[in-house]
Write a protein that binds this ligand. Structure first.
Ligand code: CU
Length: 491
């Protein structure tokens, strides 16, 4: 606040000097451009014209280094595309630029933007855009109603710095947003943002599908669930797993990491948190107020925040909406993998590990699975098919989409030596739950696997699926085998 007031005062002073004819041969181009800017009413302005670099999440365009305003041309194309929502689950997303969230737009305060909205000829619906960075009716929506195969253009001046959401505002607005029509536009302050080592684009959204979480196939939009604000999916960057496993964000120890975090909604408010980190800085609500030492920051629907922290120690840091069922059961989970040297002063790792078992400790129970009871497999092919869905619904939240697990918390099922050494013992684990220490692929786990109320048939299907994926040893598990294994491995 203070800095920009000072810089503005300096500009006005420069302007006064310029007008008085004292500063006749101004040496810096920057100052001249800024003066031309402030002098807009008097002299016609000649801003340099630049085409904006647009990026797909999690990438962010390069920081702006120019010290003057520009005329920035933004060309954004709307497409309606079928893409992955989760493994085996597809959805028809409506997008600004081909993916969810829409392209990241980066401009500078006082830039003049010439905004082009193109709607692909193959689209089935008209669309428009409301940019929260725009001062004017509808944030641009009033000027950009665009039918398939059409293009509209309007200009705006970026008066306020900050991180802003943009979204479609065509009726039914809720449905356009629910289908993924949102993204972020950053208006850098004139003095720029402090330099950091890594910048990422992360945007949350809630999705409403006819089938519940994990139900395979192309899923249609469910208006009733949207009205009830009861999403089947809550995800970062448009799909379950968009930021996990091979798609995880990466950084090195010592990096200052900045995340531009947005929330498209349409309904939910995000309690954005990174497990194992503290935000050194949060630009609250994407504005200029900086809060320090924040654990969880609230990102409203249609709002944003800029978070920053230094990656002090290596490890996998998990991005979540801390409304935690959304993270572990609806997809709102991402990862930042930090590589580099340990610092035992900051984090020691486990120092002690021993049995603590007071009386009466029991294995937890989980509610009944939602798999259709009628599903019955008569051969291995069907088992694999049904098992895949059962896995997505009952196991994936912990053991992860590719069975890779989460180090230190959930053991891998992929290439698991524990599993492959004795399938019947593993069936016992699925049937009865498990607590106490086990070693999987050289790593110790001492946690609790809940008892899942699955039928023998369901266990046979899910175990067949697990055994035939991720480099496990294959084979078919039958309900009869489950029945026997359950009694052999009872604890
Ligand atoms: Cu739209």
């Amino acid at each position: 606040m203070k800095r920009s007031t000072i810089s503005r005062a300096l500009q006005y002073a420069a302007l006064a000097i310029y007008s008085a004819g004292i500063l006749s041969s101004c040496s810096s181009q920057t100052t001249q451009a800024e003066i031309a800017e402030k002098n807009a009413d008097v002299a016609p302005k000649e801003l340099p014209v630049i085409e904006a670099e647009l990026t797909d999440a999690p990438n962010v365009p390069a920081p702006i280094t120019r010290k003057h305003a520009a005329k920035v041309v933004v060309k954004l194309e709307v497409t309606e595309v079928v893409k992955k929502m989760a493994d085996g689950v597809d959805y028809t997303f409506w997008t600004f630029g081909g993916s969810v969230p829409g392209k990241f737009i980066r401009i500078r305060q006082n830039d003049e933007v010439e905004f082009h909205l193109m709607n692909h000829p193959d689209s089935k619906n008209p669309h428009n855009i409301d940019l929260h960075a725009v001062t004017g009716p509808g944030g641009g929506a009033a000027s950009t109603f665009t039918a398939p195969g059409q293009e509209t253009v309007f200009n705006f001046k970026a008066l306020n710095p900050g991180l802003y959401v943009y979204h479609c505002a065509t009726a039914p607005v809720g449905m356009h947003i629910a289908n993924g029509m949102y993204g972020l536009i950053l208006v850098e302050p004139e003095e720029g943002l402090p330099k950091v080592d890594k910048e990422f684009y992360v945007m949350q959204g809630d999705f409403y599908t006819k089938g519940d979480f994990g139900t395979p196939g192309l899923q249609p939009f469910d208006m009733q669930k949207a009205l009830d604000e009861n999403p089947s999916y809550v995800v970062f960057n448009g799909s379950v797993g968009a930021l996990t496993g091979d798609n995880a964000l990466t950084a090195k120890v010592g990096d200052n990491v900045r995340m531009f975090v947005g929330n498209g909604g349409p309904n939910l408010i995000s309690s954005f948190h990174v497990i194992g980190e503290i935000f050194d800085k949060v630009y609250a609500e994407g504005g200029t107020t900086v809060n320090e030492h924040i654990q969880t920051t609230l990102v409203p629907a249609g709002g944003a925040a800029i978070t920053e922290f230094k990656a002090d120690v290596p490890g996998t840091y998990v991005l979540v909406d801390h409304s935690i069922f959304r993270a572990f059961n609806k997809g709102a989970l991402g990862m930042l993998k930090v590589e580099g040297n340990e610092d035992k002063n900051i984090y020691s790792g486990q120092l002690v590990q021993k049995i603590y078992q007071p009386e009466g400790s029991t294995v937890q129970e989980m509610p009944q699975s939602k798999a259709p009871a009628a599903a019955f497999a008569s051969n291995k092919e069907m088992r694999l098919e049904l098992g895949k869905t059962l896995y997505a619904q009952n196991c994936q939240a912990c053991h992860q989409a590719e069975g890779q697990g989460i180090k230190g918390a959930f053991p891998p099922l992929a290439k698991s030596d524990y599993l492959n050494a004795d399938v019947n013992r593993a069936i016992g684990v699925v049937a009865h739950g498990l607590e106490g220490q086990i070693k999987v692929n050289g790593e110790l786990y001492n946690s609790t696997m809940p008892k899942l109320k699955l039928t023998d048939e369901e266990i046979a299907n899910v175990m067949t699926y697990v055994m035939n994926n991720w480099s496990n040893k294959g084979g078919e598990v039958t309900p009869d085998q489950v029945k026997k294994a359950k009694t052999t491995y009872k604890h």
